[in-house]
Ligand binder design. Structure first.
Ligand SMILES: [Zn+2]
Ligand SMILES: [Zn+2]
Length: 607
């Protein structure tokens, strides 16, 4: 890596705010009556945290700072009997600052408490919170004592690139920043997405590790910087394209904005910046029951040349969520009030333009309904009960915003559907509603179509390839499958009458900051062969493992699927989220890549 750091003083006389450590401990709180995660202790501090401390009254706003981990639900922060704010609903390890209004602190004893928000019921949530500090200055001042300018460049030619900068302290904790999102940056605690490859943020004085990346296909750079109060540093970061995906476009077919979905936190402008920063080339806008066009926003932010936006819709019903795209300009929004799949799919079928219908997060429960749950679905045969007919031509096997406890669960479900003759395209997506809590494009689908100009992708051709299953699903890894040297995902292989063997070439791809430790080949959903992958098995950048296997000629028609798995990314540069609806307190994060299906005409009837 060739980045560098320069530091100078920007001449302002800035004093760090006077800080009072209220409590240096970090406490495990457990809401609900069962453990959420087995990595937390069996004996929590309690369901809530309370502290009394001495203070002076505050004539001007002061700042309460804390560290928090694994916060999934809403927790209120109480001060002297009033709710002052909440913990951030974000599982990432981070420091957060809350402004305390003038007059909220009283002379003598003050009481601080952190309690899960009293809603309908206590939701199971294991969190850690603590390291409380009181800073005698308003939040904006506390967070703006120093400045950091950055550039992010590509190694070939040194062009500035959109990307993602992560800023952590020496313990790897995301740090709060004094700057807010603007026309070219989307900012959250410790995270800056840049549309232009350069920018400047205000931040508290301290020691930082600064990471620069540009999503799955690129290397990661890092620098250490020490900032005194009043100092400004410049960090130059460089990334290299590592994962070669020529002939494929990076598509995220499931994403939201707070602007049009009403929850999460990414505005339209922030979504454009984050898409460019993660290298997504074909984003599908899928807010709930609306048709949103990203075109104008992408142009306004200046990132339109990095991707070709497609208008879609997450048809959000009481009997499942289905992503549909493309929707024609001016197409009416399909009626989402159906209580039976036949009604929902009829409404979708009447929507002009639609070619892809994805069954989303089939194992998750929404509004009491789980598409692949026992009420309507037999998980061993893949049959739906009561005459329900799934009329989707694709299904999510990986949703990085709502991962499964078992990373292969939905892939097995998908292969069972293929065995039943229901051919669906496997899909990786992010379902991100946020800038940083869930990373847009982390789960993604590579579609085999001309990718030379990401700003001018042939959407018709991409849709045709998508529906035909010419895809790979990526979540930190890719598994590329070739049968008899030339047949790839979505292809039908006809066999030479005499051949009694079939050759299978598999490549596992990923950047150097993701590892793979297993590659598997499935035939009609049954594990046919697997191998563990040693570290450094292949030295080509972006290629983790290459292998050729020969398998026996199948006598009947079969589908082959290659899958790669490895340890999940837990670092602050691209942290993979814990399961959204876990089925066990034991969880090991895993990176995952899956080829599409290659079909072999084993019985020679041409089908
Ligand atoms: Zn959904
Ligand atoms: Zn969604």
């Amino acid at each position: 890596m060739t980045g560098r750091v320069t530091i100078f003083c920007f001449g302002l006389l800035v004093a760090a705010a006077e800080a009072l450590v209220l409590d240096g401990g970090l406490y495990h709180l457990r809401a609900g009556d069962t453990a959420e995660w087995s990595t937390f202790s069996a004996a929590p501090h309690g369901p809530s945290y309370e502290l009394t401390f001495e203070s002076k009254p505050n004539a001007v706003p002061w700042t309460l700072q804390w560290r928090q981990q694994d916060v999934k639900t809403r927790w209120d922060v109480w001060l002297n009997g009033e709710v002052m704010g909440t913990l951030l609903e974000d599982e990432q390890d981070q420091i957060h600052c809350l402004e305390i209004p003038a007059g909220a602190l009283q002379a003598g004893e003050n009481r601080l408490a952190v309690v899960q928000h009293v809603g309908k019921r206590l939701l199971v949530d294991d969190i850690r919170v603590g390291e409380f500090r009181l800073l005698r200055a308003p939040r904006a001042q506390v967070l703006s004592t120093s400045a950091l300018a950055f550039t992010l460049r590509g190694e070939d030619g040194g062009a500035l690139l959109p990307g993602r900068i992560a800023l952590v302290n020496e313990e790897g904790v995301l740090m709060p920043l004094g700057s807010a999102s603007n026309a070219t940056m989307a900012i959250r605690n410790g995270v800056v997405y840049t549309a232009t490859g350069q920018g400047r943020v205000m931040l508290p004085a301290g020691d930082y590790r600064v990471y620069g990346g540009r999503g799955f296909e690129y290397s990661l750079d890092q620098q250490h910087v020490s900032l005194a109060p009043g100092a400004m540093a410049t960090v130059d970061l460089t990334v290299r394209r590592e994962v070669r995906t020529e002939g494929y476009v990076a598509c995220d077919p499931h994403m939201h904005t707070v602007t049009h979905s009403g929850h999460g936190d990414a505005t339209m402008e922030e979504r454009m910046i984050t898409l460019a920063g993660e290298g997504i080339e074909l984003p599908i806008a899928t807010d709930h029951n609306v048709h949103i066009d990203y075109e104008a926003a992408a142009r306004a932010v200046g990132v339109r040349s990095h991707f070709t936006p497609v208008m879609g819709n997450e048809v959000t019903t009481s009997v499942g969520h289905f992503n549909i795209f493309p929707v024609a300009d001016g197409a009416p929004v399909p009626d989402a009030s159906g209580k039976h799949w036949d009604d929902v799919f009829r409404a979708i079928g009447e929507t002009p333009g639609v070619r892809a219908i994805i069954l989303n997060h089939a194992r998750d429960i929404h509004g009491g309904f789980r598409p692949f749950g026992p009420a309507v679905y037999d998980a061993t045969t893949g049959a739906h009960r009561n005459g329900w007919r799934l009329q989707a031509n694709a299904m999510e096997i990986l949703n990085s915003g709502a991962t499964q406890t078992d990373v292969l669960q939905l892939t097995r479900d998908w292969m069972i559907q293929l065995n039943r003759g229901h051919v669906m395209t496997p899909v990786g997506s992010s379902d991100s509603h946020d800038v940083s809590r869930y990373i847009v494009g982390q789960g993604r689908t590579y579609i085999r179509v001309n990718d030379r100009d990401p700003g001018a992708i042939d959407v018709d051709a991409a849709m045709e390839a998508f529906v035909a299953g010419r895809v790979m699903v990526g979540y930190g890894l890719l598994a590329e499958l070739r049968v008899n040297e030339r047949h790839r995902s979505g292809d039908l292989v006809t066999l030479d009458g005499l051949a009694d063997r079939v050759t299978v070439d598999i490549r596992v791809l990923g950047p150097h900051w993701v590892e793979a430790n297993r590659v598997q080949l499935f035939q009609n959903g049954e594990l046919l062969r697997e191998e563990s992958i040693a570290r450094g098995a292949d030295n080509t950048p972006g290629v983790i493992w290459t292998g050729q296997w020969t398998i026996e000629r199948p006598e009947k028609d079969v589908h082959l699927v290659a899958i790669a798995t490895g340890p999940g990314v837990e670092g602050p540069w691209w942290r993979m989220a814990k399961p959204y609806q876990p089925t066990s307190p034991d969880f090991v994060p895993q990176a995952f890549g899956c080829s599409g299906a290659v079909w072999i005409d084993g019985d020679g009837d041409g089908k």
